[in-house]
Design a protein around this ligand. Structure first.
Ligand code: GLU
Length: 426
């Protein structure tokens, strides 16, 4: 029941035809052959698999894994469980992982996958069976030194534990202990890395800190709003608390809330864990989507799904900085509006790279049977993401371009160098 196509030349990756891809490639003069290669995903897997539900009936699910590029190292990227998951979208997300790992100077390529499913409609036991059967259907599409999944939208350490256990059951016993790095974002007891849970949020905060330092902007008493209060949004808010920055408004799938004197991110995270969303949070005013987007603040952190900042919504934003914690929150049309308004953008492939950076640290530890402490992990994350920030900033200055284009140029330069050195087989 599995369809695996290698190098589908007739189906260029969405990102390969995007405005940003072309602008960055034109501006830096990317080699035409390398450009053609990067415009395509290397492999695309679509698997349809049956799972028995709690009431005994069988449902068929569709899962995806797109491996965009592995010239820098094994394919790497998350798995998301969401109704919007389809081949076109996963293809785009996989390409963004290639840019992200290249910008952070990690020895990884880019991939992405997921299942087209609304996980809220299923019991925990059903989700476990769906995850295990998906892993089984993927077979050797994934592997510890070949393609390494991680958490993404609606997946977490528990889902990674199920994937690990299923994968290990499929390899000969002698290879099991050598395969613990087949996923990252595992629970700590199973070889996970301390600090991986907060890593994406931590990277967002370090990126904001770097941006603020460069502009002589004080984060003390700065105001901000957050869209999405799952792992990334809530960790970003909790990690901004020590700076005494004020969280004015939050929006998620249950609604939007606002409190002028500031929402306590720790209390809100507790409320969301108990109630499934921000709606009804005590002592906060419910507001509508437009009011949320129009809230005047210093920083807006989109940490939900992609495509939120568009030609229609961007005019509403009244902030100095958009720190892209989500993948692809800003459409090209939305970005033009932000530029016109003089709003800075920390692009997703830089701003949210803390997750995959700490995934790399976890992967190394699992490979070597080591366990590092939080200081070591946090220190390495800070150095890596700050170096990436400086590369993007300096490239934007050199080319006189926006930061997203600069980020793509940083990635393309690294990928081009490696292709030139390795050549194309045969
Ligand atoms: N899903 C995360 C991302 O989009 C993390 C990927 C990973 O750790 O491999 O960057």
């Amino acid at each position: 029941m599995s369809v695996v196509s290698a190098r589908p030349d007739s189906a260029p990756s969405t990102d390969g035809t995007s405005y940003q891809f072309n602008r960055a490639a034109d501006l830096m003069g990317l080699d035409a052959d390398v450009r053609r290669i990067l415009a395509h995903a290397a492999n695309e897997s679509v698997v349809n698999f049956p799972v028995k539900m709690d009431d005994g009936h069988v449902e068929i699910f569709t899962g995806y894994r797109v491996q965009h590029n592995n010239v820098l190292g094994p394919y790497k990227g998350g798995l998301r469980f969401h109704p919007d998951v389809d081949l076109k979208h996963v293809r785009e997300l996989a390409a963004w992982m290639t840019w992200k790992t290249a910008i952070s100077d990690l020895p990884f390529g880019g991939a992405k996958g997921g299942i087209a499913i609304d996980p809220r409609q299923y019991s925990e036991r059903e989700l476990e069976r769906i995850t295990r059967r998906f892993t089984y259907a993927l077979g050797d599409v994934i592997g510890p030194d070949h393609d390494i999944p991680a958490p993404d939208v609606n997946t977490n350490a528990q889902v990674m534990a199920w994937i690990l256990d299923t994968y290990l059951s499929m390899v000969p016993p002698q290879q099991r202990m050598r395969s613990m790095h087949v996923v990252t974002g595992k629970p700590i007891g199973l070889g996970g890395c301390v600090g991986r849970d907060k890593a994406t949020g931590q990277g967002v905060v370090i990126s904001i800190e770097n941006w603020a330092r460069d502009r002589g902007f004080s984060l003390k008493d700065a105001t901000y709003t957050v869209q999405g209060f799952g792992n990334v949004g809530s960790w970003t808010a909790r990690l901004l608390a020590p700076y005494h920055a004020r969280l004015l408004a939050v929006e998620d799938h249950t609604g939007a809330i606002m409190r002028e004197r500031g929402l306590d991110p720790f209390e809100l995270a507790g409320w969301v864990a108990e109630h499934g969303g921000v709606a009804g949070f005590p002592d906060a005013d419910p507001i509508d989507h437009r009011t949320f987007l129009s809230t005047k603040a210093d920083i807006f952190v989109p940490a939900a799904l992609g495509g939120q900042i568009t030609a229609e919504t961007a005019p509403l934003l009244d902030v100095q900085l958009v720190a892209e914690a989500a993948n692809g929150p800003t459409t090209h049309e939305g970005e033009l509006v932000l530029a016109e308004k003089g709003i800075s953008i920390l692009p997703d492939v830089l701003c949210n790279s803390g997750g995959v950076i700490v995934s790399y640290l976890e992967w190394l530890q699992s490979k070597r049977s080591e366990a590092w402490d939080l200081d070591e992990v946090d220190g390495k994350l800070r150095r890596k993401i700050t170096a990436a920030y400086e590369r993007v900033r300096d490239t934007a200055r050199t080319h006189g371009c926006d930061w997203r284009t600069a980020a793509y140029i940083v990635a393309f330069e690294r990928l081009e160098r490696v292709y030139m050195e390795r050549g194309i087989f045969p």
